[in-house]
Design a protein around this ligand. Structure first.
Ligand code: FES
Length: 163
C-alpha cells in the first residue's frame, strides 16, 4: 500500500517539512497527516519515527494513546456525537445509544461497508442547542432520534445519487 497524498505527492513528507524542526513535533505531524489523509497510514509510522528520531514504538504509543488518531481509513461519513456535559444534560446519552443502534457501530468503529464511522466528541461549541452532532464538517443542534435518522437518510440518498 502506498501512502495517500496530500500535497498530491506525499502528505507525510509535507507534514515533516513543516514541523520536523519544531519542539514537540510529533503531535502536529500526526494531526497534519490525519487531517490530510483521514488517518495515519501504518506505513507512515516508520518515516515519522526516523525523521523525528523516535522509535516506531514511541510513535505507535502516541497514536494509540489518543483516540482521535486512527490507523485505518474512516468511513465515507464520520458521525460525531457530543458527549460533553451540556449535551448530556439534554439527552445526548439517549442519542448516542440510538446512534450506536442505528449505525450498528460503537465509538471508534467503521462499518464493514465503509459508509459510516462513529466517533465521540467533547463539545462542538453548540452547547445551547444540544444534543449536538457533527457529520462531516456540519454541526447539527437539538438532534432528536428522529432528526438523527433523517440526517442519515439524507446522507444515504446523497450517497446513492453519487453512484
Ligand atoms: S456540550 Fe455539546 S456542543 Fe458543547
Amino acid at each position: 500500500m502506498t501512502v495517500p497524498s496530500a500535497t498530491a505527492s506525499d502528505p507525510v513528507q509535507a507534514a515533516l517539512d513543516t514541523w520536523q524542526n519544531e519542539p514537540g513535533a510529533l503531535l502536529p505531524v500526526l494531526h497534519a497527516v490525519q487531517d490530510s489523509v483521514g488517518y495515519i497510514p501504518r506505513e507512515a509510522i516508520a518515516a515519522i519515527a526516523d525523521a523525528l528520531r523516535l522509535t516506531r514504538a514511541e510513535v505507535s504509543g502516541v497514536i494509540s494513546f489518543y483516540h482521535h488518531f486512527r490507523t485505518t481509513p474512516p468511513g465515507r461519513h464520520t458521525v460525531e456525537v457530543c458527549r460533553a456535559e451540556a449535551c448530556q444534560a439534554v439527552g445526548a446519552r439517549q442519542l448516542e445509544a440510538h446512534a450506536k443502534t442505528r449505525l450498528g457501530l460503537d465509538y471508534h468503529e467503521t462499518g464493514a461497508d465503509g459508509q459510516f464511522s462513529l466517533e465521540p466528541v467533547y463539545c462542538l461549541g453548540n452547547c445551547a442547542c444540544g444534543p449536538s452532532i457533527r457529520i462531516g464538517g456540519a454541526v447539527y443542534g437539538r438532534v432528536s432520534e428522529a432528526r438523527f435518522d433523517e440526517l442519515l437518510t439524507g446522507l444515504d440518498t446523497r450517497a446513492l445519487e453519487l453512484r
